[in-house]
Write a protein that binds this ligand. Structure first.
Ligand code: ZN
Length: 82
């Protein structure tokens, strides 16, 4: 599964910009693994034990900031880009 950059969605899963299917889930970045991991939606994250932590080492706190998976390196992604 390829991570994508998406505007903050009001609900999840959100529509994938390429396929249009409701497959997008929020993700957080693990600075230890240097990887993005899918996380539960914000309204569920407090109810899921271990959510918000790295699923691999189970102790690294996932963060919202990380390198953009598409390599654009910027939050200003113009719509309609091929
Ligand atoms: Zn990790």
């Amino acid at each position: 599964m390829q991570p994508v950059v998406h505007d903050i969605a009001a609900s999840f899963p959100a529509a994938h910009p390429t396929t249009g299917k409701l497959t997008l889930r929020p993700a957080l970045f693990c600075p230890t693994c240097q990887k993005w991991y899918p996380v539960p939606p914000p309204n569920e994250i407090t109810r899921v034990p271990g959510a918000g932590k790295c699923p691999k080492d189970k102790k690294t706190l996932l963060i919202a900031d990380g390198p953009w998976p598409d390599g654009s390196g910027s939050a200003t992604k113009s719509a309609g880009k091929p």
